[in-house]
Design a protein around this ligand. Sequence first.
Ligand SMILES: Nc1ncnc2c1ncn2[C@@H]1O[C@H](COP(=O)(O)OP(=O)(O)OP(=O)(O)O)[C@@H](O)[C@H]1O
Length: 589
Amino acid sequence: MPRWLPVLLFASVMTVLPLIPGIPPFWIVLLDNIGLAALVAMGLVLLTGVGGLTSFGQAAFCGFGAYTTAYITTVYGLSPWLTLPASLVVAGIAAVLLGLMTVRLSGHYLPLGTIAWGIALYYLFSKLDFLGRNDGISRVPPLSIGPIDMYDPYSIYFVIWAMVLISAVLTMNLLDSRTGRAIRALRRGHVAAEAFGVQTARAKLLVFIYAAVLAGLSGWLYAHFQRNVNPTPFGPQAGIEYLFIAVVGGAGYVWGGVLGAAIVIILKEVLQGYLPLLFGGQGQLEIIVFGILLVVLLQLAPGGVWPWLANLVPLKFRRTATGKAGGLPARERVGSSAAPLLKVERARKQFGGVVAVNDVSFEVNAAEIVALIGPNGAGKSTTFNLITGILTTTGGRIEVHGKPVDNTPPQEVVKLGIARTFQHVKLVPDMTVLENVAIGAHLRGRSGAITSMLRFDRGDEAKLLAEATRQIERVGLGAEIDQLAGSLSLGQQRIVEIARALCADPELLLLDEPAAGLRHLEKQRLAALLRQLKAGSMSVLLVEHDMGFVMDLADRIVVLDFGTRIAEGTPDAIKTNPDVIKAYLGALA
Ligand SMILES: Nc1ncnc2c1ncn2[C@@H]1O[C@H](COP(=O)(O)OP(=O)(O)OP(=O)(O)O)[C@@H](O)[C@H]1O
């Protein structure tokens, strides 16, 4: 089934719905409110469900959108259509200012930060004289098209739902793109994404602004639907409710936002309508029952109702590669070819009193496989993290092609042709193998958010996916290309990481325990692949505990113990080195 068919079906249903003869006007009002909430929830899907940035403060951005249009249309008499960009820009600017302060926060501090500014803005709206303080701004003009003034809930219904549909399509397009993959990596795999050039701070700010602009759009519609604006609907309680809507619907799914809005708003209406009749209107019982029902719903469908429903439908819309697109341009080569490819010179890393890497020196030359071995805790992974910019050095120097890279951010190191895998696999489990691997080619694509939303990125995207497909087939995982990465065995996930690293078009591949979890035949295939890469003049720096694998493959071996280099040489020399036997090989025997 084509991807656009469900959208078309949904659009047709929503168009026909208000035209059904005898439909009560109250239902239309309800649908209008659902549409308005769905816009905010859709932003939260991107921000919280996909990007992992929990916000309780989205209602405040609705307030920016609503107050902007209410003020300009009532004071200056401008058409609401002219104030739409102003509402979106004001919400967007507010998001930039608040986002710069907030998205840097991590853990519990981020949601707490959003609650703090949610409350602060609510009080600001209610204290400003020019915004009418607690009374707000009334007599906001309705939207109009030609001679039609949209005073009634029927006419504005079409505008609200057209906006919901357009926003849903733009959001889905964004998620299904180079920028979308970067956003989707924020929640589960941002360390790896940064190692392939993704500017995660920028991606966080982008989703923050996007969610705020959608909330601003909802606020703009609200102002012309209700025709008066006051602080109450933009307070912290509304902010909590929007987050609730996204979670109930399925915070990781665009349509989850729409479904969540429908469930929560209809449930509230039904309970408010019927429970007082049952219990004589005492003690606001509907709020308590509403809370209990939602908790039960989340128990039944913890990931939200949308994915639960989607699982009942056998149709899947996973992204497959075309394989026909042209190749990506090769990565631009940097640095001098006279210097060694990698030179680690007295590199040092201390964690408090622990010297994890103790003045370690070694080199890796072009088309060479070097292994870094040593007992657990010897400092091998820390050395990888120093080379790739994930950790900063305490001392010493690291050069790539003669260019110093110590204390360079990972996004810059990968540009020099260094790509890596991780000891603890860092894939995004709910993305397919293809999508995960395509993150490796992030720097070789160009399309940004707007281009992707408007679907002008298809040429660029086809090339990225074709490259990812090529690398997946190269490592022998072609049959798994459309599987979710999290569903693969750990050994296969390690191989997916190698394909992702190859997508960066590296000169030096850093592999952290690539053979762990692989069966004998798979190890042989991996060794053959690494030899083939070497034949293609790629270099490999390898951390591995399987000594048979290392001794067969490596040209040179560097041995670390307690952070110190204790030996370096060919596999034959290392095998018989008494210090190495004492510190490591003897322990393995
Ligand atoms: N972030 C950190 N904070 C404090 N100590 C750390 C940190 N990372 C590593 N270490 C310590 O540094 C030392 C080297 O760790 P590292 O992970 O580099 O060893 P390794 O050789 O990769 O070990 P393994 O083979 O078990 O992965 C260990 O003593 C470890 O506990």
